[in-house]
Write a protein that binds this ligand. Structure first.
Ligand code: HEM
Length: 477
């Protein structure tokens, strides 16, 4: 009897202790949630506002995102007028924010304030101190898209960059020219067949250019053709669109041998690393370049004078010969045009970095937990930096190179800047010059009345409804 009573007393004590523990855990958890969802954002807001950085008041966990996505959706329901003043259309929320609060402003990405940075000196500091201002890794979609070196930091990033860098040197790029040439030829033959019967034909250039740039990467990276690479691209498309991690099932020719080699030679990258890099090059290398090409075609269709100037130069430099590395490097007008397209329609419209600890950016104190946004689309059109004609297509501004085109450095950032600048920029420029040279030699082209101008930023700045262009046969290769 006595024993039973003592057992009951023990059980009561255990029950009370458990209750105490659960309540304690709930209080700690509740405090953390309150801190994360309300107290911290409010503290960050006070810190920024005290320094004159303005933004909407923090009201709920979704921050400005509901409003932002709503505005994006609403704007995209109809095309915009055919003009190059695309900034209010592509990033309507940011446009509204900058109009309301000025350049020193911030927006709420959930409970995190994202501070806009448009001054050249501050941008330089962000890109130079890349160990402090790190890429944002908290979004699962970003993790899927930004794989490989683009998603790494610290020692792992510098190790990968050192290993990959040599593959992108100018002399190595020369070896890739046959791959560029073959892929462009295939696309052009297809277009020629379409044009041959009628003398002209309407095409949607966008899917054609996507296929072409995919084929280039397939050939350059694996020596395989697009037909073999198609499976990889389809899987990667699905991965981005559906968020499914299917990479393990992707067949990359020779990957098992690569694994053995990597382990044996201990070259510093595991097979998973190599696969992540391949995946990144497929995405980063193709999507961005096809976007550059499609806007170049749309703009040259709209500005026939520049189309003629570019064609004259291409015919003068190459005549009846195949485009070679020296000739491509010497194309001046085509380069000016590509730069102007990258300025007005940058494939990557903005870059974001996290602020993991309190940081001083010039005189601005950025509190830990904030983020910084470098909006290339806006910087490339800033009248203070580029002049009153900043919204106009004027390739002549690049006649004496990038440095003379603007009032100061750090204002032309289509490939980013600093140690983390795009590793593939020469690859992309060479491919774009090759493709445009071959297209200009064979066709002249104009915009179809069916074209609806709707640049939209989904990972890159794409033409939402395609690029309907009327091709006319011009000369022969
Ligand atoms: C017009 C074409 C291209 C544009 C506009 C472009 C743009 C960019 C930008 C803005 C960044 C910097 C990202 C950041 O700092 O967060 C970047 C990084 C990168 N790009 Fe490109 N890119 C292009 C073509 C390519 C090509 C063809 C390749 C490879 C074949 C490539 C591979 C990469 C890689 C690996 C990085 C990450 C570099 C690092 O973190 O160290 N890109 N690109």
């Amino acid at each position: 009897m006595l024993k039973q009573k003592s057992m009951e007393a023990d059980l009561v004590i255990i029950r009370d202790l458990l209750c105490f523990l659960v309540v304690g855990l709930l209080v700690i958890w509740g405090w953390r949630v309150l801190n994360w969802a309300w107290l911290t954002p409010k503290r960050l807001e006070r810190c920024l506002k005290q320094q004159g950085v303005k933004g909407n008041p923090y009201r709920s966990l979704s921050g400005d995102m509901k409003h932002m996505f709503g505005m994006d959706r609403q704007t995209r329901t109809r095309p915009m007028p055919l003009s190059d003043d695309i900034e209010p259309y592509v990033t309507p929320f940011l446009h509204q924010l900058l109009t309301k609060y000025g350049k020193n402003s911030f927006m709420w990405i959930g409970p995190r304030p994202r501070v806009t940075v448009m001054e050249p000196d501050k941008i330089r500091e962000i890109f130079t101190k890349f160990a402090d201002y790190q890429k944002v890794h908290n979004n699962p979609l970003v993790k899927l898209v930004v794989s490989g070196i683009a998603g790494l930091e610290g020692d792992r990033w510098s190790k990968h960059r050192k290993i990959i860098n040599p593959a992108f040197h100018q002399d190595k790029l020369k070896n890739m020219l046959p791959a560029f040439y073959q892929s462009c030829s295939d696309m052009i033959s297809k277009w020629e067949k379409m044009v041959s019967t009628e003398g002209c034909s309407e095409i949607d250039a966008w899917p054609n250019l996507v296929d072409m740039t995919r084929e280039v990467i397939s050939r350059a990276a694996f020596g395989s053709s697009f037909e073999e690479g198609r499976r990889i691209f389809n899987l990667l498309d699905n991965q981005i669109n559906l968020g499914i991690k299917v990479l393990q099932s992707v067949y990359i020719p020779g990957w098992r041998e690569m694994e053995a080699n990597a382990d044996r030679k201990n070259m510093g990258m595991s097979i998973d690393d190599v696969i992540e890099e391949c995946k990144l090059f497929y995405i980063a290398g193709q999507e961005t370049t096809s976007v550059l090409l499609v806007w170049t075609m749309i703009l040259l269709a709209r500005y026939p004078d520049w189309q003629t100037k570019a064609r004259d130069e291409v015919l003068h430099v190459f005549g009846d010969n195949k485009p070679d590395a020296d000739g491509l490097n010497g194309l001046k007008v085509v380069t000016m045009i590509l730069y102007e397209v990258l300025r007005l329609y940058p494939p990557v419209v903005e870059l974001v970095r996290s602020v993991p600890k309190d940081l001083e950016l010039e005189k601005l104190l950025l509190p830990a937990g904030a983020e910084v946004l470098v909006p290339m689309l806006q910087i490339h059109r800033d009248k203070e930096l580029w002049g009153d004609d900043a919204h106009e297509f004027k390739p002549e501004r690049f006649a004496e190179g990038v440095s003379k085109a603007t009032k100061c450095q750090m204002t032309f950032l289509p490939f980013g800047w600093g140690p983390r600048i795009c590793i593939g920029q020469n690859f992309a420029m060479m491919e774009a010059k090759m493709a445009m040279s071959m297209i200009l030699k064979r066709f002249w082209f104009e915009l179809s009345p069916a074209y609806a101008h709707s640049p939209c930023s989904f990972v890159t700045l794409r033409p939402q409804h395609g690029a309907q262009i009327i091709l006319h046969k011009f000369g022969t290769d």
